[in-house]
Design a protein around this ligand. Structure first.
Ligand SMILES: NC(=O)c1ccc[n+]([C@@H]2O[C@H](COP(=O)([O-])OP(=O)(O)OC[C@H]3O[C@@H](n4cnc5c(N)ncnc54)[C@H](OP(=O)(O)O)[C@@H]3O)[C@@H](O)[C@H]2O)c1
Length: 320
C-alpha cells in the first residue's frame, strides 16, 4: 500500500466579518497546493469547537499537516483565541498555529527591526535606552511595536487622541514586561505632537491609513534629538510629511533619516511568508510576533554583516 499523502490545510480563524484576502493570498503564493478553509466572526468558543473538530479526523500524522491561522482586527479577541487554541490541543494532536492579526505582528516586527537596522548602520547603537515615540500607537501595529520596543529595553512614549487609551496601553505593557519604561500621551494638536517627540531618538508613525500625524516643521522644531523616523501608513496622505514610502534610510531633514511604509511592507511580507513556511516545516508550534521579530533581527544582522562598507558592528545580542 502506498503511504498516505496529506495535503497542507490552513484553517483561518478570523475575528472579522470578512477574512482578510491578504493572508490567504500570501499563503497560496507560498504553498500553491495548500487547501484553505476560512471561518469568520470567530469567537473564543467557536475557536475551541473548530480546533477540536480539526484535530482528530486526519489522525496524528494528518494533524501535522493541518495549520491554524489566527487573524482579525480584534487584537484582544485574537489573543484570547490563541489562549484557547493552546489550551485545547494535546499530544499527539497538536497543530501548528500562525498568529498575525491584521498583519500587525509581522508589520510591527518589520518596522521595529528596520529602525534597529538603520540605527546600527548609522552607528547610533541598538535600541536599549533609546527613547521611541510611537505615534497613534493604540492600533494593532502600534500596540505590538510598543511591546517590541519595550522588549528591547527602549523607553516608549505611545500616543493616542485619548489619554485614557494611551495610558492603559502603557500600563498594560509595563506590567507585562515588569518595567516602567512606557508612558502614554494624549495628542490632540500639533503642539501635543511636538511634546510627544521632544525627547525621542526614534519616531514611529503607526496611525490609521490616510492619516498624516507628523509635519516636517514640528519634527524640525521639536524633534531635535530625533535621528530616525519611520512610517507604516502606505496610503496617502502618508503618516509623515515628506517621507517617501520607498525611503530606506534617506535623509528627511539634516541628520534625520527616514524609512517609508513600502520598505517596511517588503520586510513584513518576507516575514509572513517565512512564518507560513516554518509552520509547514514543523508539525506543531506557535508562529507569532516572537518568531517574526527574531527572524527579522537575524535578517538584519546578516544584512549588516555583509555590508563591507559599514563600520557598524552589531552588538553581540543582535547576532543570531
Ligand atoms: N506597511 C505595511 O506593511 C502595513 C501592514 C499592515 C498595516 N499597515 C498600516 O499600518 C497602520 C497601522 O495599522 P493599524 O491596523 O494598527 O491601524 P488602525 O488601528 O487603523 O489605526 C491606528 C490608530 O490610529 C489612530 N487614528 C485613527 N484615525 C485617526 C485620525 N483621523 N487622526 C489621528 N489618529 C487616528 C487611532 O488611535 P486613537 O484612536 O487612539 O487616537 C488608531 O488606534 C495603518 O496605516 C495600516 O494601513 C501597514
Amino acid at each position: 500500500m502506498p503511504e498516505k499523502q496529506y495535503k497542507n490545510v490552513f484553517i483561518f480563524l478570523d475575528t472579522d466579518k470578512h477574512a482578510s484576502p491578504f493572508d490567504i493570498l500570501t499563503t497560496i503564493d507560498v504553498f500553491p497546493d495548500a487547501k484553505i478553509l476560512k471561518y469568520e466572526n470567530v469567537t473564543v468558543e467557536d475557536a475551541e469547537q473548530i480546533v477540536h473538530d480539526a484535530m482528530f479526523p486526519r489522525g496524528p500524522e494528518g494533524a501535522g499537516h493541518t495549520k491554524i491561522f489566527i487573524n482579525g482586527r480584534d487584537f484582544d479577541r485574537a489573543s484570547a483565541i490563541l489562549g484557547k487554541v493552546k489550551e485545547c490541543m494535546f499530544p499527539p494532536f497538536e497543530l501548528a498555529v500562525i498568529v498575525d492579526p491584521r498583519g500587525a505582528y509581522t508589520t510591527a516586527s518589520a518596522a521595529v527591526a528596520k529602525t534597529l537596522e538603520l540605527s546600527l548602520a548609522k552607528n547610533f547603537g541598538d535600541l536599549e535606552s533609546k527613547t521611541v515615540a510611537v505615534l497613534a500607537g493604540t492600533g494593532p501595529v502600534g500596540q505590538m511595536a510598543t511591546r517590541l520596543y519595550a522588549s528591547e529595553k527602549a523607553n516608549v512614549v505611545v500616543t493616542s487622541r485619548a489619554l485614557q487609551k494611551a495610558s492603559s496601553l502603557a500600563a498594560k505593557v509595563n506590567e507585562e514586561f515588569g518595567v516602567e519604561a512606557v508612558r502614554g500621551a494624549e495628542v490632540q494638536s500639533l503642539e501635543d505632537v511636538g511634546k510627544a517627540i521632544e525627547n525621542a531618538d526614534i519616531v514611529l508613525s503607526a496611525g490609521a491609513a490616510k492619516t498624516e500625524l507628523l509635519q516636517l516643521n514640528t519634527l524640525r522644531e521639536c524633534g531635535r534629538k530625533c535621528r530616525i523616523v519611520a512610517d507604516v501608513n502606505a496610503i496617502p496622505p502618508l503618516g509623515v510629511e515628506g517621507l517617501d514610502s520607498n525611503a530606506d534610510g534617506d535623509e528627511l531633514l539634516p541628520h534625520v533619516f527616514g524609512i517609508g511604509a513600502l520598505v517596511i511592507g517588503k520586510l513584513k511580507n518576507k516575514l509572513e511568508a517565512e512564518l507560513i513556511r516554518k509552520a509547514v516545516q514543523q508539525s506543531k508550534g506557535i508562529f507569532d510576533h516572537e518568531v517574526a521579530f527574531d527572524l527579522a533581527k537575524k535578517m538584519i544582522a546578516e544584512k549588516l554583516g555583509k555590508k563591507k562598507t559599514s563600520k557598524a558592528e552589531p552588538p553581540k545580542h543582535w547576532l543570531p
